[in-house]
Design a protein around this ligand. Structure first.
Ligand code: ADP
Length: 355
């Protein structure tokens, strides 16, 4: 590497080379002009010292101070006295190119941050719009029934009970929406910790099935376990929250499932560390174009149908949140006319010593 490779020249070296060139030229000049033999040496030494210090001082003061300012601006962390000493005296000083690279990196990072903020802003706007939309339907319905009742229907025995029942249904829907919103915001803020324990996943699925036995009977839907996957599998997860995941998935399978159909739970050992749980139905299925967005809040594959069935549109978003909070993944496979399968991974559990 040549000495004059400017890439890694420190201010000290740069000053040294400049001083050497200037003082040599001066000394040579004096050598020809002055008869005294020591004069060129004196001129050389004096010019060298003055040029060196002048140059060094200027570089240090004007360039490196400016660079330091840039660093102060781009890295908002304050260095301790020790770190400052280390940066100034022990670490090699950065070249202008390195500083430029750092600044470019910084600019790139800022640009990514800005894109993320913009996406968040868009997300927030959409969320508010959707929320207003979700609230509007039950509130308008309540308002309509209450006004009609107050307007005289209250005394009309042929409709008053019916109107009140419908009002009550809309209120239930609002309560469910608020509960789900509360749940999702708690999950997002990380306020509810994930408390993991080992348990048998099939037992939890059985519990969840039991909660829906009446609803399943009403729709004549059979709640089954996939043949060959009944062998008890231990998982290590937050039991309460995984129950919520199962409840949401089974409830959807029942809500959207066709009468006389089946819901099947399958539990598979994926590898040494993971178990895969899948809830499948033979319902109407979801069109392919919806699959990538189905876990978004308020996203509905079949708007009119989902509304009449009465979901909040947050069930799958909650499922995704819970599974991801466990560091695991959730996925969906579906085909119109064939059915849907929602699956998620879980960490394998450890069989406790007392068992
Ligand atoms: P919702 O409260 O509307 O059920 P979810 O977040 O639970 O909200 O589900 C989002 C959408 O995904 C539903 O509106 C529905 O269109 C579709 N979906 C979910 N599960 C199923 C299923 N098992 N079969 C068919 N469609 C489903």
């Amino acid at each position: 590497m040549s000495l004059l490779d400017t890439k890694n020249l420190s201010p000290r070296l740069l000053s040294f080379i400049t001083a050497l060139i200037v003082s040599s030229v001066n000394a040579l000049f004096i050598l020809f002009l002055h008869p005294l033999w020591y004069m060129p040496i004196v001129v050389f030494v004096l010019t060298f010292i003055t040029t060196y210090w002048l140059y060094y001082y200027t570089l240090q003061r004007f360039i490196y101070r400016k660079i330091k300012l840039i660093y102060k601006f781009i890295y908002q962390i304050k260095a301790t006295k020790k770190e400052e000493f280390f940066y100034n005296n022990i670490l090699p000083q950065k070249s202008i190119e390195e500083v430029s690279e750092d600044v470019q990196k910084w600019a790139m990072q800022r640009s990514i941050e800005i894109d993320m903020l913009k996406a968040n802003e868009q997300f927030r706007k959409e969320f508010l719009m959707n929320l207003a939309h979700e609230l509007r339907t039950p509130i308008f319905s309540i308002q309509g029934y209450v006004d009609t009742l107050l307007g005289g229907a209250l005394e009309d025995v042929s409709v008053n009970r019916k109107f009140l029942t419908n009002t009550s249904k809309s209120i239930d829907r609002l309560v469910r929406l608020v509960d789900d919103l509360d749940e999702i915001s708690k999950l997002e803020s990380g306020k509810i910790p994930i408390i993991q324990e080992s348990f048998i996943i099939q037992e939890l699925i059985r519990d969840a099935y039991e909660e829906f036995s009446l609803m399943a009977k009403d729709k004549n839907i059979a709640l089954l376990f996939k043949k060959g996957t009944e062998r008890p599998l231990q998982v290590y997860a937050d039991k309460q929250k995984i129950k919520q995941v199962l409840v949401n998935l089974i409830e959807n399978a029942l809500k959207y499932g066709t009468e006389g159909g089946t819901i099947t739970a399958g539990c598979y050992e994926m590898d040494e560390r993971h178990v895969y749980v899948e809830i499948s139905d033979d319902g109407p299925g979801i069109a392919e174009e919806h699959l990538s967005r189905i876990f978004e809040r308020f996203y509905r594959a079949d708007r009119s149908r989902s509304r009449t069935i009465g979901g909040t549109g947050l069930g799958l978003a909650i499922v995704k949140h819970i599974v991801e909070a466990h560091g695991q993944t959730v996925n969906v496979r579906s085909k119109i006319g064939v059915g849907s399968s929602f699956g998620f991974t879980l960490e394998k559990g450890h069989i406790s010593k007392s068992n």
